[in-house]
Design a protein around this ligand. Structure first.
Ligand code: XIL
Length: 478
């Protein structure tokens, strides 16, 4: 629909972005990505090739998207969004309360930032959302309306917002969450003032404002076949019969670990059979926190299954995760005791779920998938004085299999010597250092990490090591 801009190749080579101890970043090739500040996207590494979700998805004919927070679209966060996803949805910035907090006063800054970012990174935009009972400004939710006055306000709002971004939005979630769990209509201000017709009227107004956008109705707890999804099904059927412009159905998919509906694919298929597209629009899979490695492994399987269900139905256009990192997820704020719902941890490290998505999209890594011993290392000098220094090293198991006993090896670039270590046994031969586990920390579960520290000496320079291996397998490092 829109022209695509160049994808940032250097970022692709940089593979998944590991949070850097910025001051210690080694020199060398840095990203040409506009959104990546110095030291943030990371230099080229000897990393095992990480999958790129947007490329894998494109090869399968779907998109892979994420909800984003506009104010965070720089640094590591922005780099991962640009590298991995080919569709973005503003998490809040296009909601009515954000764009028109008081009547006739618009604030488009956040929404503009998301659309501009997407265009700079060759990404689609899911507009979210025009008509919803929640995150409304007070003047709408508390107004005293007749059908006529609210209809005018509603269609004016749609004309203003969809019109502003005309031609730049691929999919609009025109109406969000219109149903109760039992399939009756939610008694939103729109439903109570205007009646059932508000949905058709919203869709017509959106089509008039942006004829190229695909228009969706979006809801939650409609992923499996149940009373609510059947109500949505009947709505879509009736809208189609009346010639109302509806192009697709969004299944939010805010799921709970262990509760992916077994009828997900069949449900997607029945909507497709009505002649509309389907998208998974807000996928997250929450679990009790802190997560165990077994939970993270199960989450991998469930991300894989949901992605697979979309792939299995030709009219399923794509999947959007509701935040790609656990540090930008709404779950802990809303569901007490739950979290870890997204494919990346809070430090932008890929979780097993990320590999589950990649596997569903056809990614393999030579049969060791992900490679046994896959690891990510951060190395930080904590203090440094005339000839000495103290450093801390964290090695994270980014594979899906447990590490039982480890040796982490690196080579000093500038003649440093280890003098004393804790939480690991360090030996040095020439420039080569080997850190062996200290017994009690020999096991590193998938997604978990071990940390050790040491004192060393230096002279001339204290350049950080550039490459690490864990039990002989190369790790990623900033
Ligand atoms: C959430 C946002 O992620 C939060 O930041 C905000 O505080 C509340 O809304 N269904 C939707 C989304 O359609 O718009 C919601 O987003 C999550 C549930």
């Amino acid at each position: 629909m829109r022209g695509t801009s160049m994808k940032p190749q250097s970022l692709r080579r940089a593979a998944s972005v590991i949070l850097a101890a910025a001051s210690l970043l080694i020199g060398g090739a840095t990203s040409g990505h506009a959104a990546a500040g110095p030291g943030q996207a990371g230099p080229d590494r000897q990393a095992a090739a990480e999958p790129v979700l947007r490329d894998l998805a494109a090869a399968k004919g779907i998109y892979y998207g994420t909800a984003v927070t506009a104010s965070k679209l720089s640094g590591t966060y922005g780099a991962v969004v640009g590298e991995q996803f080919d569709s973005i949805t503003p998490g809040n910035e296009m909601k009515w309360g954000s764009v028109e907090p008081t009547r006739g006063t618009y604030n488009w800054s956040g929404a503009d930032a998301v659309v501009d970012y997407a265009e700079a990174h060759g990404q689609k935009v899911r507009g979210h959302t025009l008509v919803w009972h929640s995150q409304l400004p007070d003047w709408v939710s508390n107004g005293s309306w007749t059908a006529g006055t609210l209809r005018t306000v509603m269609t004016d709002h749609i004309a203003a917002e969809a019109g502003r971004y005309k031609g730049r939005i691929d999919h609009w979630d025109v109406v969000n969450e219109p149903f109760n769990e039992d399939g009756t209509r939610r008694q939103s201000v729109f439903q109570t003032a205007i009646g059932d017709s508000y949905i058709a009227e919203s869709l017509r107004a959106a089509r008039a404002a942006d004829p190229a956008a695909k228009l969706y109705v979006n809801d939650y707890n409609v992923e499996g076949v149940n009373a609510k999804s059947t109500a949505l099904y009947n709505l879509v059927k009736s809208l189609k019969e009346q010639g109302v412009p509806i192009d697709g159905v969004g299944l939010q998919a805010h799921l709970i670990l262990g509760q992916v509906p077994s009828t997900l694919q069949a449900n997607i298929q029945r909507f497709a059979d009505l002649g509309v597209d389907v998208a998974i629009t807000e996928l997250d899979i929450r679990m009790t926190t802190p997560p165990t490695s077994a939970q993270l492994t199960q989450q991998k399987a469930e991300y894989k299954a949901v992605t697979g269900a979309c792939l299995a139905v030709a009219r399923c256009e794509g999947v959007t995760v509701w935040g790609f990192t656990d540090s930008d997820s709404w779950i802990p704020d809303v569901f007490t005791g739950y979290g870890a719902a997204t494919p990346y941890d809070e430090n932008f490290r890929p979780k097993p779920a990320y590999y589950g998505i990649a596997e569903a999209l056809g990614w393999t890594d030579g049969g060791t998938n992900p490679p046994t011993g896959a690891c990510a290392v951060t190395y930080a000098v904590q203090s440094q004085w005339n000839t000495g220094f103290t450093a801390q090293v964290t090695v994270r198991n980014t594979s899906t299999t447990a590490v039982n006993g480890w040796k982490l090896a690196w080579s000093w670039p500038a003649g440093q010597r280890v003098t004393q270590a804790w939480n690991a046994t360090l030996t040095q031969s020439g420039a080569a250092v080997t850190a062996a586990d200290a017994g009690y920390n020999a096991a590193i579960a998938p997604g978990a990490s071990a940390t050790f520290g040491f004192n060393g000496s230096w002279s001339g320079g204290n350049t950080a090591p550039t490459a690490f291996t864990l039990n002989g397998t190369a790790c990623t490092s900033p």
